[in-house]
Design a protein around this ligand. Structure first.
Ligand SMILES: Nc1ncnc2c1ncn2[C@@H]1O[C@H](COP(=O)(O)OP(=O)(O)O)[C@@H](O)[C@H]1O
Ligand SMILES: [Mg+2]
Length: 374
């Protein structure tokens, strides 16, 4: 291909290859979206089997820190992206040293990997978060409880997901026949006595998220925020539009755009918010990747979050994030996916299955989306 300008050099044309670190359902849906645009996908992951291999043009099975495998991967792809936020910093360093372009960049990854750094980053762009306190031992946990009050949530700084790595410290520990010290000790042990963050418990009206995208040139696209309902720390349902005030939705979209600019972001981001009873919004966390609460965009938008992400990292113009329908997305978790035949036979229901062989409890096996004309 003849490359004329600096900007053109960043464009991955049809026939080019998108490298994806990680091979779960998000990698699978990214690969499907890139195939639709005439691009190939090369998955890099350590597992022998995963949902993304089935639909990708190429795969490398190796640990994320295997230098030789990463060097060959860097040489085989036009750009590298990822489908999970716990990509080791070392992996990105190795790839970058081999000349690979990684998007979103190291700054976004570093901020999203550590809940403390993440909250400080969010505050620095002028957005609200729950009150928080860094916890490294029982003494700082006690200090934190003084500062943020009870009830509170203790979360590991790193590697938590789907409600894992967190525990609630209730207002009524004494009612359970424990002293405060015993209750604190138990919570600290429960999260594995690791560097943590203590957050004040927010009595929110509802939770929403904004799926945003930013192109290398700074262009931004924002989807309508869905309301997200969780059970046991796992997302169950996303409903769009959310039943919130216009000002709350606008505030969340504005914060998402600010975060993307501050992170010099390229790709799709998922920002989770608490909406308070007075309509104010607080950032809970953000994921530097496509997000479960954006799966409805596959069926309700001309350009899904997956296509949007591929467009952004491939240097293409962003697509239109407008929604042509209202939508309700339900995750199929564990055994719920056994009902696939009934779902497939239900008129108006779009079924997405991730090709996972074993339906373990809490495992996301697929999702269904029901559209309604707005
Ligand atoms: N400070 C908080 N106050 C009230 N609820 C919270 C708070 N933090 C988390 N939660 C609840 O727990 C869920 C999971 O927590 P989150 O921090 O998003 O971790 P994960 O990485 O597991 O998604 C949230 O979606 C919300 O429902
Ligand atoms: Mg979350």
């Amino acid at each position: 291909m003849v490359r004329q300008t600096e900007n053109d050099a960043r464009i991955v044309p049809p026939g080019g290859t998108i490298g994806v670190l990680g091979g779960g359902q998000l990698g699978r849906m990214l690969a499907l979206a890139s195939a639709r645009l005439g691009l190939r996908t090369h998955i890099f992951a350590p597992e022998d089997h995963n949902p993304a291999y089935d639909v990708a043009a190429a795969r490398t099975i190796a640990p994320y820190t295997d230098e030789d495998a990463l060097a060959s991967f860097a040489a085989a792809v036009d750009v590298v992206t990822y489908e999970f936020e716990n990509v080791p910093a070392e992996t990105v360093d190795i790839l970058t040293a081999r000349g690979a372009r990684v998007a979103p960049g190291a700054k976004a990854l570093a901020a999203a990997q550590d809940r403390l750094v993440e909250k400080e980053f969010v505050r620095a762009v002028g957005a609200q978060t729950a009150p928080f306190h860094a916890v490294d031992d029982l003494a700082s946990l006690e200090e934190g409880l003084e500062a943020v009050g009870r009830p509170a949530i203790l979360k590991t700084r790193r590697l938590g997901y789907d409600g894992k790595g967190q525990t609630t410290i209730g207002a009524g520990a004494r009612d359970l026949g424990r002293t405060w010290q015993e209750a604190n000790h138990k919570a600290w042990e429960e999260i594995g006595a690791r560097p943590a963050i203590l957050e004040g418990f927010i009595d929110f009206a509802c939770e929403i998220s904004v799926i945003g995208a930013r192109a290398a040139g700074g262009e931004i696209a924002l989807y309508d925020p869905p309301e997200n309902r969780h059970r046991g720390g796992i997302l169950r349902t996303s409903i769009v539009p959310a039943d919130i005030r216009l000002e709350s939705a606008e505030a969340a979209r504005t914060i998402t755009a600010k975060l993307m600019r501050a992170l010099d972001y390229v790709g799709v981001i998922g920002v989770e918010f608490f909406v308070l009873k007075d309509g104010a919004v607080m950032v809970n966390e953000f994921a530097p990747r496509v997000h479960n609460s954006g799966h409805w965009t596959l069926d309700a938008c001309a350009c899904s979050q997956f296509e949007q992400h591929i467009r952004a990292v491939a240097g293409w113009p962003l697509g239109d994030p407008a929604r042509h329908s209202d939508a309700v997305m339900e995750n199929l978790i564990g055994q719920e996916a056994d009902d696939w035949l009934a779902c497939a036979g239900t008129s108006g229901l779009s079924l997405h299955l991730y090709g996972k062989h074993e339906a373990r409890p809490g495992r996301k096996m697929g999702h269904v989306t029901r559209l309604k004309r707005p």
